[in-house]
Design a protein around this ligand. Structure first.
Ligand code: DAH
Length: 340
């Protein structure tokens, strides 16, 4: 009894404290064992005071008070540390797998991607397959094989990003036509969605945008087939519109046609979107020029074909009423979230 006992309890407490670490449960047990109101060790030690001879009481009392202060102080510290360590009734480092998960915000598909998938599914049902090609191209595939030699004025329309070593960022998805025709035999029936690049940037132009290309090559393909395919496609994509073909020019098709639909905002009566014309231009198309066939090694006497190309971003803007092209590439989730 006496001072030795106090010292014994002090040491035991410090050892137990060390063992409890930051585990809230262990800290609480420690508190009950030493400072519990009903049967804590400190209570017991206080009660022992009475049994001491009067001359021993003073020193014992002082030592006991010190011990109480120490225990209470350390317990407070330990409880705070346990709480800071994440507590919640588990030891440090342990994971409570019964806790409900934190909900993650649900993502949404980008409108351009949505349009791409819609267009792909229409053509897949018509028996086309989806092809892909490089975004870093060479002059041959992007221009030359498409009947645009170096001095061809049509190159002016496509402000090109040139890279070192004569490479360039493809200015349209048409080079994939060239690649597929070089490596395969007709019949060919493909669509090619992808990114394209031009040095152009304003309300309606972005240096990177998306196109989808189409190519059909076989014996006996006519302009009638072109018309049927594109009318079917456009009626599926924009229900209830009229479609018209306008003569046009592309170096890689002959004859060529641009295709318009009646304005989906005013129904053809004329509004701001269609510049009061009632029509909206949607795509370029034409019969593959025999010179292109020659360049890629397909016999133009035996085969004919048609091709077309359209801008995906423009279609997304029309279908979803998006007013500014740059919104599509801003990365702003307030836009994409609307498509969840
Ligand atoms: N490559 C053309 C452009 O970027 C679009 C195009 C027009 C593609 C007519 C074609 C086509 O395949 O036949 O403006």
């Amino acid at each position: 009894m006496g001072l030795e006992r106090l010292e014994e309890v002090r040491r035991a407490f410090l050892a137990d404290l060390e063992a409890a670490g930051r585990d809230p449960e262990a800290v609480e047990k420690l508190r009950i064992r030493y400072a519990g109101r009903k049967s804590g060790l400190l209570l017991e030690l206080t009660a022992a005071l009475k049994t001491l001879p009067p001359e021993a009481k003073r020193d014992y009392g002082r030592a006991l008070n010190e011990l109480k202060k120490l225990v209470e102080g350390k317990l407070k510290e330990a409880a705070a540390a346990a709480k800071a360590a994440g507590g919640g009734g588990r030891a440090a480092g342990e994971i409570d797998i019964t806790l409900p998960g934190r909900p993650l915000p649900r993502g949404a598909e980008h409108p351009v991607h949505l349009v791409r998938r819609r267009i792909e599914s229409i053509f897949l049902r018509m028996g086309y397959s989806v092809e892909d090609g490089p975004e870093v191209e060479d002059d041959w595939h992007n221009f030359e094989a498409l009947n645009m030699p170096p001095d061809h004025p049509a190159r002016d329309d496509q402000d090109t990003f040139y890279l070192a070593g004569g490479r360039l960022l493809r200015t349209h998805t048409s080079p994939v036509q060239t690649r597929v025709m070089e490596r395969s035999e007709p019949p060919i029936r493909i669509i090619v969605p992808g990114r394209v690049y031009r040095r152009d940037s304003d309300l309606r132009h972005s240096p990177m945008f998306h196109q989808i290309e189409g190519l059909v090559v076989d014996e006996g393909i006519t302009f009638g087939n072109l018309k049927a395919a594109l009318e079917t496609f456009l009626h599926e994509l924009f229900s209830g519109v009229d479609v018209r073909f306008r003569p046009s020019y592309f170096p890689f098709t002959e004859p060529s046609a641009e295709v318009d639909i009646t304005c989906i905002f005013c129904g053809g009566t004329g509004c701001g979107v269609c510049s009061r014309s009632g029509w909206i231009e949607i795509l370029g198309s034409g019969m593959v020029d025999p010179r292109v066939f020659e360049k890629v090694g397909i016999d133009p006497e035996r085969y004919t074909g048609f091709a077309f190309g359209l801008g995906l971003d423009r279609v997304a803007m029309l279908l979803y009423g998006i007013p500014d092209l740059r919104l599509l590439f801003s990365g702003d989730q307030r836009l994409t979230r609307q498509f969840a």
